[in-house]
Design a binder for this molecule. Structure first.
Ligand SMILES: NC(=O)C1=CN([C@@H]2O[C@H](COP(=O)(O)OP(=O)(O)OC[C@H]3O[C@@H](n4cnc5c(N)ncnc54)[C@H](O)[C@@H]3O)[C@@H](O)[C@H]2O)C=CC1
Ligand SMILES: O=C(O)CCC(=O)C(=O)O
Length: 518
């Protein structure tokens, strides 16, 4: 672990990586944090909060870029360790490393551009009746953030992933809780961040990395009064547990939890008639990407029954049957997947269309299933996320019923519609209902492979996330860890630089309602 600058081997139980391809326990043992380790990490984070928040944005930008450089400098040792701990293939992990570093660089750009501060100045109007005071507002760091990384993106959603990048960009110290599935990866990345903190001459408490041999230390981290927000990606059960801890604190805090989503794909009739087979092929590609272990995985297909849907189902089934089983991330995730699929196959109203090949100790055997709209509407459990490469096709008698199925859905990260121009009137009717359920709507594609960009939203209504107003991917994610602070009639010398009259940071500002470039 890294408690600030210090390398510490915890003495509160042990955490081992496991090679999911072989089931073999990987060396070394990582020690779990004691309550004293956690206390020290939180105390250091609290000490670092004020100076780190006050650091010039351009300096924080340099720091984020330096983290990216140090991650790249870990070289192949990093990739080899992540492969061992996750079972994910090299090409995927090299891509994910690139995404992680680009994410850090994206936030560096955000800091240099300055829009994130959302500076607004309403100059005093002393002659108005009643007089208006001088009002200045800018976004400021919320304080130390706890980050719980995801098992399924050991780089891009983990120790130096999106939540850490956006929190550090906002000026918030981070206490990261390593995911127990990849402790070695976490140590390597944690070392890169710790070294970047030191190289930038920042207070050591800007970053700590702790391990937890169970759930008690993670729970205590969320309960710690010095922590002001939480970022989490994982199961609904885990996310809800952290939300409950946060709610019961003397000072409740926001928990930004990304939890579960089945990402409906709506196949409109004309598109289905024209390109059922090609759509099916692309669908199976998205469904089985990374053994289906994406929260954006297309777990639900909605369409009107008939010859065209039959062609889609047959083509998807054929594509899927030939696929080998892929190693899943952890023994627990593999067995949760098998249980989820067993519940579907045992369901009286669900038919099996096709299964991929079996294989491997923790291999995920892909599956495609079909049910009726009537059954889907009657059985709420058919909406439960099955984390892996399984999807359920819902045959609807008509578009009106398909709309009713959409209305019955829980909140989702994404929905995809597949259309040709002749479907647009029907799509226009259903879009408002679909929009109410999701954070991102996409056309003729699938939600897997989220672009890290300024206009991305990777969020959505509950239970996809705990707060539909934000995103965990893209530059808008910085807003989670900021809050607006207004200064009224504050003397120039006491104002933060972002709000000084001369605009020393050169940031864009809304002055008396008119936008001024930086
Ligand atoms: N929708 C999504 O984005 C994802 C969903 N999952 C789902 O979660 C299942 C388990 O995967 P994991 O990644 O291990 O998720 P998880 O939710 O069990 O764990 C995520 C993190 O939260 C911590 N944690 C969990 N419960 C806690 C509690 N009560 N108190 C304190 N800390 C707690 C864990 O130690 C870990 O660091 C999968 O089988 C899958 O169903 C997993 C990854 C992503
Ligand atoms: O599809 C992606 O690129 C990201 C997926 C994701 O956020 C997740 O699986 O947790």
């Amino acid at each position: 672990m890294f408690i600030g600058a210090h390398e510490v081997t915890g003495s509160n139980g042990q955490v081992f990586g496991i090679d999911p391809a072989t089931g073999e326990q990987l060396d070394p043992a990582f020690g779990g944090a004691t309550p004293a380790d956690l206390e020290r990490a939180c105390a250091l984070a609290a000490e670092a909060a004020e100076p780190f928040a006050a650091l010039a944005p351009a300096k924080r930008a340099d720091f984020l870029e330096s983290i990216a450089e140090k991650i790249m400098a870990l070289g192949d040792d990093l990739i080899v360790r992540v492969m061992q701990e996750s079972g994910l293939p090299r090409a995927r992990l090299e891509g994910e490393r690139g995404r992680t570093c680009n994410q850090l660089r994206l936030f560096a750009g955000v800091l240099r551009a300055g829009h994130y501060l959302d500076v607004r100045i309403d100059p005093a109007l002393p002659d108005r009746a009643p007089p208006r005071p001088d009002l200045r507002v800018a976004n400021e760091a919320i304080g130390p953030v706890a980050v719980f990384g995801a098992s399924n993106f050991p780089l891009a959603f983990s120790v130096a992933g999106g939540d850490t990048a956006s929190a550090l960009a906002a000026g918030c110290p981070v206490v990261a809780k390593a995911h127990p599935a990849h402790p070695g990866t976490s140590e390597l990345i944690g070392r890169a961040v710790r070294d970047a903190v030191a190289a930038a001459g920042l207070p050591e408490g800007v970053f700590s990395l702790i391990m937890d041999s169970g759930h008690a230390i993670g729970a205590a981290l969320v309960a710690d009064p010095r922590i002001k927000a939480v970022g989490f990606t994982g199961s609904r059960r885990g996310g809800l547990a952290l939300l409950e801890i946060a709610r019961q604190r003397a000072e409740p805090i926001p928990v930004y939890a990304e939890m579960s989503s089945i990402n409906p794909v709506v196949l409109f009739p004309r598109a289905l008639a024209e390109k059922a087979e090609a759509t099916a092929k692309a669908f199976v590609g998205s469904l089985t990407l990374g053994a289906g272990q994406f929260c954006t995985n297309p777990g639900l297909v909605l369409a009107v029954e008939g010859e065209a849907l039959d062609r889609f189902v047959i083509a998807a089934g054929e594509a899927l049957t030939t696929l080998p089983a892929q190693t899943m991330l952890t023994p627990g995730i593999a067995s949760a997947y098998r249980e989820g699929v067993a519940a579907l196959t045992g369901h009286a109203d669900v038919e099996i269309v096709a299964r991929g090949a079996e294989g491997g100790q923790h291999g995920g055997q892909a599956g495609l299933f079909v049910t009726s709209a009537e059954a889907f509407l009657a059985h709420r459990e058919l909406q439960d996320e099955i984390f892996g490469a399984a999807s359920l096709v819902v045959r609807c008698p008509d578009l009106a019923t398909l709309g009713t199925v959409i209305d019955a859905l829980e909140g989702q990260l994404t929905a995809a519609i597949h259309i040709v121009p002749a479907d647009e009137p029907a799509a226009a009717d259903l879009l408002p209902r679909l929009r109410a359920k999701v954070g991102r709507l996409l056309v003729n594609g699938y939600g897997t492979g989220v672009e890290v960009a300024h206009a991305m939203v990777h969020g959505g209504p509950y239970p996809a996330t705990s707060d539909a107003r934000t995103t965990s991917v893209g530059s808008l994610a910085i807003a989670r860890f900021l809050r607006p602070v207004c200064y009224q009639d504050m003397p120039e010398a006491l104002l933060p630089d972002a709000l000084k009259q001369a605009n020393p940071l050169g940031v864009p500002r809304l002055v008396d309602g008119a936008m001024q470039a930086g």
